[in-house]
Design a protein around this ligand. Structure first.
Ligand SMILES: Cc1cc2nc3c(=O)[nH]c(=O)nc-3n(C[C@H](O)[C@H](O)[C@H](O)COP(=O)(O)O)c2cc1C
Length: 328
């Protein structure tokens, strides 16, 4: 299950018993192997909305550890996506920051003109990711995912559409420079996140824009960063600019995932409009990806994995004993 924002917290950023705990536990009962908790903000100005989950304060650890407990008790592994929205923060009273002072969508009043980050700001955010990782560890997560996709802050550095810093800046211009922010975040996160626990990187493999990133560009940047401790790449696409044109269809992101897998040598999580079990099986058996993610399908049908195991007549390790009679 990939991260999916529930926008069900409040200004506190806390996990809410009336929504989050049930939501995540149900998908674990349904047989998902790995559940990655939604984009969780490492700073309050890194939220997308005023209802995002947060991990910017030690007070957040308790609620997050309750999600971990409920996810793990049915056999799923628990991950969390550490995020910073950058210029896509829509909380008006926050300091909106980005690599370059470009508005995501001037026609939409939800978005503000961001302030261009200086090196002090950059270091502050890098440290916030490390602190977030330390809190995620204390909460008991098995995996953390660095959110480098969908036009949020890290993606804003990676994409030439949103990163207009010139070559004089160590963080702009060449692919190596644009990847530096991600590299430094990964290095900092690894100072507190143990070697035996994986770090996933979510990416937008395509910007769907003239002059924007393509899967080969992402592969090049991942190759520069991976040795800092990236174990798996979670391939998504888009979100970098309001002008981008994207028409999704079943499996639309799988070819990009294959390119990333081949050119980086890292395992990938692939998906995007995967809605039936044979389609998921095809992707895995043909070695197009190592894991398949199911987003909206799991929102509609939290028991999809159990149902898929029956359809494909495959054994899965987990089946709730209370539901055994459904599998006779
Ligand atoms: C309600 C909703 C919230 C989402 N929130 C996030 C998020 O927090 N982080 C992220 O990386 N992707 C997010 N996504 C994208 C999903 O992880 C996934 O990549 C996308 O829905 C495509 O996969 P699907 O067709 O299986 O749903 C979200 C998608 C939905 C539908």
């Amino acid at each position: 299950m990939p991260p999916m924002c529930m926008y069900s917290s409040d200004e506190s950023g806390d996990v809410k018993e009336e929504w989050h705990l049930n939501h995540y536990e149900t998908r674990s009962v349904g047989g998902a192997g790995l559940i990655i908790v939604e984009a969780t903000a490492v700073e309050s100005r890194g939220r997308i909305s005023a209802r995002d989950l947060g991990i910017w304060d030690d007070n957040h650890i308790k609620g997050l550890s309750e999600i971990v407990k409920r996810v793990k008790r049915h056999g799923a592994a628990a991950g969390i996506q550490l995020a910073h929205a950058g210029r896509k923060c829509t909380v008006k009273h926050e300091d909106i920051i980005a690599p370059s002072p470009l508005n995501f969508d001037p026609a939409d009043s939800a978005y503000s003109n961001p302030r261009e980050m200086d090196e002090k700001d950059i270091n502050y955010v890098i440290n916030s990711f490390r602190k977030g990782a330390r809190r995620a560890l204390e909460a008991g997560f098995d995996i953390i995912e660095i959110h480098g996709a969908h036009g949020y802050l890290i993606n804003e550095f990676l994409s030439p559409v949103t990163n207009r810093r010139n070559d004089a800046s160590p963080y702009g211009g060449t692919a190596e420079n644009r990847a530096r922010f991600l590299l430094e975040i990964t290095r900092e996160v690894r100072k507190v996140w143990p070697e035996d626990k994986p770090v996933s990187l979510r990416i937008s493999a395509k910007d769907y824009m003239e002059g924007g990133n393509e899967p080969e560009d992402l592969a090049e940047m991942i190759n520069l960063v991976k040795n800092e401790g990236i174990d798996i790449v979670h391939v998504s696409s888009g979100g970098v600019d309001a002008k981008a044109v994207l028409h999704p269809f079943h499996g639309y992101q799988i070819p990009a995932a294959e390119i990333i897998r081949r050119e980086t040598g890292l395992p990938v999580i692939a998906g995007g409009l995967v809605t039936d079990s044979s389609m998921a099986q095809e992707i895995i058996r043909n070695e197009r990806a190592d894991l398949v993610f199911l987003g909206r399908e799991l929102l509609r049908n939290p028991y999809f994995p159990l149902q898929a195991a029956k359809e494909l007549r495959s054994e899965i390790n987990y089946r709730p004993v209370q539901y055994e009679r459904a599998y006779l």
